[in-house]
Design a protein around this ligand. Structure first.
Ligand code: FAD
Length: 391
């Protein structure tokens, strides 16, 4: 009979946050501590590269790897779906089987729901999934001219830079194909400005980057319906616009299993202490996109892999400390960075302190080949063996 583990960590969700918690905790915990990671998808995909897949500069199979290969030996992987959560009793149900742990980390990410906007799913390409990015690549290859629209369906999506990057990459790819005067790229955004959480100066810098690339920008547009037959998008302010090719960021929702678990909070995302990621339940943590962390200006911390990674390290360090009866002193400091691909193998870099008072203090470094190559390096290193720093 196998010896009882000294402690068990139940990590729910094997994306960026879950992988890092599992690997870091395995590194720090004792051999007889059990690290159990639950994930429904056996293949891990590196989402930042979807933007390259969509413009044909990355093959889809080059941004995916079996999850098992990304985990340290000794991390137990349970492939299955989390079907219910009982945080007060440190318990979850995986495909009908109940598991109780000493520490629970919820890293279930965000659910995407294109179907919540009538007509949207049929009308365009959801480049927030690998399948959607691949379909967009194929549609762009067939595209011979007209209007490309990049649409954000609702504010509050992960990686606030991504749709802006995607628009610039599409513009660059079409120019490179010689389509020049035959196409236009427009962004119709649900949010009031590009990356509004980073402050007006960053928004303005991004707007001028778009302007320099002749990408028209229409903020504050809430899509109501999309009609694939007439290729028309209707907005809630009564306006509408036509398109020839549509790429979209779908609405994001908290995972359904989280909604009924009693975490509180109006948004449905899990409120957590922004320094320790502890939820209102003892020994239950939320990391990454599923967590709601408040900034000094009252806005939520953006959803991004860079934060999921940093938060995961803090949680792993503190759980390991607690298990060895040491003080859990690690604190997440809100620092993060994000590449902004601008096309032509160049990227800008936004970075800074998101916990700064009275508002995030972020700077944007000018586009260069250097930052683009840094992102390429990150992709290679992440898919080789995380956790590496993730920006
Ligand atoms: C196009 C694109 C570009 C991006 N670019 C960047 C970038 O440049 N920089 C950056 O920092 N971030 C970027 N991001 C955001 C980044 O990918 C996410 O913020 C990050 O993956 C969040 O990590 P997470 O662990 O919280 O969630 P995820 O990585 O989404 O992982 C959640 C996991 O939980 C699993 N899961 C969900 N529900 C269940 C269930 N019921 N049972 C079992 N498993 C379940 C999912 O299958 C998934 O694997 C980008 C995202 C996209 C889509």
């Amino acid at each position: 009979m196998a010896a009882r583990p000294a402690h068990t960590a139940l990590i729910l969700g094997g994306g960026v946050g879950g992988i890092v918690v599992a690997n870091e905790l395995r590194k720090r915990a004792k051999a007889n501590d059990r690290i159990l990671l639950v994930e429904r998808n056996p293949v891990h995909v590196f989402a930042p590269s979807f933007l390259w897949v969509a413009v044909g500069t990355r093959r889809p199979d080059r941004v995916a790897r079996p999850l098992r290969e990304l985990l340290r030996p000794g991390v137990e992987l349970a492939l299955g779906s989390v079907t219910s959560l009982d945080p007060a009793n440190l318990r979850a149900t995986i495909d009908g089987r109940g598991i109780t742990a000493d520490s629970v980390v919820i890293a279930l990410g965000a659910e995407l729901s294109p179907e919540s906007v009538p007509g949207l799913a049929e009308a365009g390409h959801n480049f927030y999934t690998l399948a959607g990015a691949t379909a967009l690549r194929d549609a762009l290859a067939r595209f011979s001219g007209g209007k490309v629209i990049v649409l954000t369906a609702r504010p509050g999506y992960k990686c606030p830079a991504a749709p802006y990057e995607q628009a610039m990459l599409i513009g660059h790819a079409l120019k490179k194909r010689g389509l020049h005067e035959k196409f236009a790229v427009e962004i119709h955004a649900a949010e009031p400005a590009p990356m509004p959480v980073a402050g007006p100066a960053i928004s303005e810098a991004l707007r001028s980057m778009l302007g320099a690339k002749n990408i028209a920008y229409f903020p504050n547009r809430q899509v109501r319906t999309v009609d694939a037959a007439s290729r028309t998008i209707a907005f809630s302010d009564g306006t509408s616009t036509s398109y020839d090719l549509l790429a979209f960021v779908p609405p994001h929702h908290p995972p359904a299993v989280v909604a009924d678990a009693g975490f509180g909070g109006e948004s449905g995302w899990i409120p957590a202490d922004r320094a320790t990621l502890q939820t209102r339940f003892a020994n239950v943590y939320a990391v990454g996109d599923v967590a709601a962390l408040s900034l000094e200006n009252g806005k939520p911390l953006p959803k991004a892999g860079v934060f999921a990674n940093a938060e995961a390290r803090i949680v792993a360090e503190n759980i390991a400390a607690q298990w060895s009866s040491s003080a859990a002193t690690a604190r997440f400091n809100g620092h993060g960075a994000c590449f902004v691909e601008t096309g032509g193998s160049r990227a800008a870099l936004g970075s800074g302190d998101f916990f700064a008072k009275p508002a995030p203090a972020i700077t944007l470094r000018a586009p260069s080949v250097f930052w683009h190559l840094e992102k390429v390096l990150l992709e290679k290193r992440w898919l080789h063996r995380p956790p590496f720093s993730f920006i």
